[in-house]
Design a protein around this ligand. Structure first.
Ligand code: PLP
Length: 380
């Protein structure tokens, strides 16, 4: 298997991935897989998606040299600007692909989970555009801390369902969305927001997100020394890495310190796939804890677990305080307010600047920070 090529027929990336779902969901997953394989091989589908990415979502997004910050750090920092995509993050790339697929499959309704609300907003947006219903599951804690995105989803016509179980965050929203899907597979399409879930989702979402890395590859003068992205489930990182997996670039994914599945986790099954997962000695999933709702998740996409296992990518983590500092630093030096999620990648770069001296670093700036402004009011 080439690095970041197709998974096995069972949806495996090395020891990770697969389809661990209740019997009642197996046909629904098989239906999605067959539809995706057919659509991805169909020039008409690819053209429809490319057109939407261009004339609707605003692609290609630019690569911006961060000149003042680069000078301060003694390296060359390039930012792949997913914050400039319509709806404010990379999530729209994947959602437009899946929403087109859902319509092609004759489904009427999109179901989605969301943490930071960016995937929920993207799903609500695509549903409005294509005339589909949209139901978004969101943890009650995330509804509080990402309120502007909740208002956006409702304005776009989506129903936001608060989830009060567990830590009331992304993991619990995903549980609830999967539960609803089991009961509604005939009419509903489950639009997963990251490279996680049962096969074919981790592979399909990476293919929809690889536009980030493929574009960036054509936009840089030469292959960067290091390619960095934040990792929640890992979709912006997987999409970015896919464009550089066959180069000599060092690939670095940065998780939240309180949700560091590669650093602190062990192999296990969560949300339909096998990957690295935070768990206790009895295999019970433990709660993540991060300031960034989109990274507040105890697992990671299976392809990342595989890339870590084979040593092709490395995974670090960043803590809340240095992440907040990174948001302020980018705002003051470059006039760009990043999402708290994206700022994890920057926090790692700031901390590692000494080792990166003289190198070219490409960082995916996965989203903009507008959604976090109310939280910054509470911060020192
Ligand atoms: C701006 C932004 N970046 C990153 C993420 C994390 O998702 P992923 O790891 O799938 O890119 C999120 C999730 O909500 C997000 O909103």
């Amino acid at each position: 298997m080439t690095v970041m090529g197709d998974p096995t027929a069972l949806g495996r990336f090395g020891d990770y991935g697969g389809r661990f779902v209740p019997e009642s969901l197996v046909p629904a997953c098989a239906e999605v897989e067959a539809a995706f394989r057919e659509a991805w091989a169909d020039d008409g589908f690819r053209k429809d998606l490319d057109d939407l990415l261009t004339v609707y979502a605003g692609r290609p997004t630019p690569v911006t040299p961060a000149r003042r910050l680069s000078a301060e750090l003694g390296l060359t920092l390039l930012l792949k600007r997913e914050d400039l995509a319509h709806t404010g993050s990379h999530k729209i790339n994947n959602v437009l692909g899946q929403a087109l697929l859902a319509r092609r499959m004759g489904k009427r309704r999109l179901l989605a989970e969301t943490g930071a609300g960016q995937h929920g907003v993207a799903a609500a947006t695509a549903a409005a555009l294509l005339g589909l219903e949209c139901v978004v599951f969101m943890g009650e804690r995330d509804i509080e801390r990402q309120a502007p995105n909740v208002r956006r989803m409702r304005m776009l016509g989506a129903t936001v369902v608060p989830v009060g179980s567990g830590s009331r965050t992304l993991k619990d929203a995903t549980n609830e969305a999967m539960r609803r899907w089991v009961a509604d597979t005939a009419e509903a399409y489950y639009c997963i927001g990251s490279v996680m879930g049962p096969h074919p989702y981790p592979w399909m979402v990476r293919q929809f997100q690889r536009v980030i890395g493929d574009e960036a590859r054509t936009q840089v003068d030469r292959v960067p020394d290091v390619v960095v992205a934040c990792v929640g489930g890992g979709s912006n990182a997987a999409g970015t890495f896919a464009g550089f997996a066959d180069t000599g670039a060092r690939l670095v994914g940065v998780e939240a310190a309180g949700g560091a599945a590669i650093t602190d986790g062990a192999p296990g099954v969560l949300h339909g796939h096998r990957s690295m997962v935070l768990q206790d000695a009895h295999g019970q999933i433990t709660e993540a804890e991060s300031i960034a709702a989109g990274l507040d998740y105890p697992g990671i996409g299976p392809e990342h677990a595989h890339l870590a296992a084979i040593g092709r990518a490395h995974y670090a983590c960043a803590g809340d305080a240095e992440v907040v500092e990174a948001v302020h630093r980018l705002a003051r030096t470059e006039g760009i307010i990043p999402a708290l999620e994206s700022a994890h990648a920057l926090a790692w770069i700031l901390r590692s600047a000494g080792d990166l001296a003289g190198q070219t670093v490409l960082m995916t700036l996965s989203g903009r920070g507008d959604k976090d402004m109310e939280m910054f009011n509470d911060l020192p």
